[in-house]
Ligand binder design. Structure first.
Ligand code: GLN
Length: 280
């Protein structure tokens, strides 16, 4: 069978599981290029090349597993973020595209202001910490409460040749120095929203990385209170938030003396980040 024929078949099978044609095509293409170890342009340019029976069988099994609801990233053990392949496994949140802008903007500020040190809280796969280590000269430390997360982040840092120091810690518990910037994509889903999450997220992705307490703000409360002790004067606090949490997080930060508090949007136009500084 040719690459293109198999792509169409896989796409049709995925669509039957309830995906839109666009989603199904994106996933079928990802799986096919992953198994064939080729680029998307190679797939488009050489669509008539034949696939082996083993490859065909591997892809059918992937689609079968996908039909049970397991996210493709866990099946393949990979998700691209900031143009880099990150290893992911159950127990670690799959990097989201909406987090890329945070990395881009944070890297820009680190470079422009010559910031020397960054601490990434709730690092998970390490996607923020590793991106910042690759894009800047800052010294980056990544921490998490989960051993699976730290093991995943360590494996990613090594594979992507990023210099990142790992720390096992419940937020700042084991942190003993100050940083120029603190980044965080903490769990921020409310208890009510968590119950409503689609199965592929709620059943397969770690509750520990998603659930932010009853009102989704538990981590922002703790971070706003504790971060000042771990930031240098004028230091930056950059957090990802849920689309409706901007004002609540702004208030928490203002109450702890943060300045320049700014809610920023993602590419889709939703509130997605809160930036703030410690006063100089
Ligand atoms: N953006 C994720 C989601 O909507 C949530 C990530 C988080 O809680 N930090 O599934």
């Amino acid at each position: 069978m040719s690459r293109t024929e198999l792509l169409q078949q896989l796409c049709a099978q995925l669509q039957q599981t309830g995906m839109t044609r666009q989603e199904a095509m994106a996933e079928a293409r990802y799986a096919l290029t992953f198994i064939l170890d080729i680029s998307v342009s190679d797939l488009l340019l050489h669509g008539t090349d034949q696939v082996t029976e083993t490859q065909e069988e591997q892809l059918r099994q992937i689609v079968q597993k996908r039909a049970t609801g397991c996210p493709l990233a866990y099946i393949l053990g990979e998700r691209y973020f900031m143009g880099m392949p990150f290893f992911v496994q159950p127990g670690v949140l799959i990097p989201r595209q909406e987090t890329e802008l945070l990395c881009e903007q944070a890297a820009e500020v680190i470079r422009a202001q010559g910031l020397r040190s960054v601490l990434d809280l709730c690092t998970g796969s390490g996607c923020i910490a590793i991106s910042l280590a690759k894009l800047t000269d800052a010294e980056v430390t990544a921490l998490d409460i989960s051993d699976t997360a730290l093991q995943t982040a360590g494996r990613n840092a090594e594979a992507l040749q990023a210099k990142v120091q790992l720390l096992h810690s419940d937020l700042f518990l084991n942190v003993d120095r100050k940083y120029d910037m603190i980044t965080a994509n903490p769990p921020y889903i409310t208890a009510a929203a968590y119950a409503q999450l689609e199965d592929s997220v709620r059943v397969y992705e770690p509750e520990l990385a998603l659930l932010g307490g009853d009102d989704g703000l538990d981590f922002y409360r703790r971070i706003a209170k504790e971060a000042p002790e771990y930031l240098n004067p004028g230091g930056y606090l950059v957090q990802e938030i849920g689309y409706d949490q901007g004002e609540a997080v702004r208030e928490l930060l203002a109450a702890q003396g943060f300045v320049n508090i700014e809610i920023r949007q993602d590419y889709a136009g939703h509130d997605r980040m809160v930036w703030a500084n410690l006063p100089l």
